[in-house]
Ligand binder design. Structure first.
Ligand code: SAM
Length: 303
């Protein structure tokens, strides 16, 4: 990885920004804090609801919220607030984009919940994942049965009204082939924005938008300002989702409808210096470059 100080110098020149030393130091300190592991644990960990998750060495983050519980997070931060179990009644086929397949929890839970309510609904799912883990823990009961089926049939599975494909590699590349796919639901679940910024940039979210159905729903656990700002600039209408296991809730975004965020949260998107999207115009910048560029944009807005 390129050294943070060197990258900062390079971007200061590129963006033609002049900053005194104490402000450069502040930028570096912030970025170091963002990159600091959020959990000091390794391997498999037990979460609050009794289900297991893994901790990523690369990102220093668990795959699921330890405080909310892994299974609870899938249900309460993704499936329920997306309201897919209501609106899927109008569909013969539901197309789902699963960004960050990880351990396959979100997708397995979604499939089980949909199959119980709509046994004849065709489910067409595509998952994007950079690197598959070994020794993936299985969810309990019916969720684990579907998860096992997916994991045993990698990278694709077709049976019983379910068609699933895993596209292995950088999601920024895979998404380029999915334009016009018409996804009704996007489960957006990378690691957190400041650790995994390449999957939260304006330009990646723009590709996601191009892959969505005009009535589609995008949902994520994050309420982060750069992410919400990017979605807003892309023309999405935003809604907050309830907090589970932490203070902040997540975000639901749709291309039709109206903004349902509380006034103070909407106002923040206009006034906070942090409300500026992550940029990755060629969809190939390093995560660190995306972060430094973002932090410099914030610094300029504070001048
Ligand atoms: N949704 C998963 C589940 O329910 O088990 C958990 C996903 S985990 C929080 C985030 C995932 O995003 C990781 O598996 C990670 O490898 C993947 N990821 C991060 N950056 C990526 C990239 N550039 N391209 C594809 N996948 C990426």
């Amino acid at each position: 990885m390129q050294n943070l100080e060197e990258l900062l110098e390079e971007l200061l020149l590129e963006l033609k920004i002049d900053l005194p030393k104490e402000r450069r130091d502040r930028v570096i300190k912030d970025i170091q804090a963002w990159l600091y592991p959020s959990l000091q644990a390794k391997g498999r960990v037990l979460t609050e609801d009794g289900t297991f998750t893994l901790v990523s060495d690369e990102y220093g983050e668990p795959y699921h919220s330890v405080y909310a519980g892994a299974l609870t997070e899938c249900l309460e931060k993704f499936i329920k607030p997306s309201r897919v179990l209501d609106w899927a009644k109008n569909l013969q086929e539901l197309r789902v984009l699963d960004v960050g397949f990880g351990l396959g929890y979100n997708l397995s839970v979604l499939i089980v919940q949909l199959r119980e309510k709509y046994p004849n609904l065709r489910i067409k799912a595509i998952s994007l994942e950079k690197r598959l883990q070994k020794d993936i823990p299985l969810l309990p009961g019916k969720y684990g049965e579907i998860q096992k089926l997916l994991l045993e049939n990698l990278p694709s599975f077709e049976a019983d009204c379910i068609s699933w494909r895993l596209l292995l590699g950088d999601a920024r590349e895979s998404i380029k082939d999915l334009s016009g796919f018409g996804f009704h639901l996007v489960l957006h679940d990378p690691f957190s924005p400041y650790k995994n910024p390449e999957l939260w940039s304006y330009h990646f979210l723009q590709k996601i938008k191009e892959s969505m159905h005009e009535e589609g729903t995008w949902i994520s656990y994050s309420a982060s300002l750069p992410v919400r700002k990017a979605l807003k600039e892309l023309g999405f209408y935003l809604e907050g989702t309830n907090p589970v296991g932490r203070k902040k809730g997540g975000t639901l975004a749709r291309l039709k409808g109206k903004d349902l965020l509380p006034d103070d949260e909407l106002r923040k998107l206009d006034t906070s210096p942090y409300a500026v999207p992550f940029l990755d115009p060629d969809l190939k910048d390093s995560p660190l470059r995306i972060l430094v560029r973002y932090r410099l944009h914030v610094e300029v807005r504070c001048l």
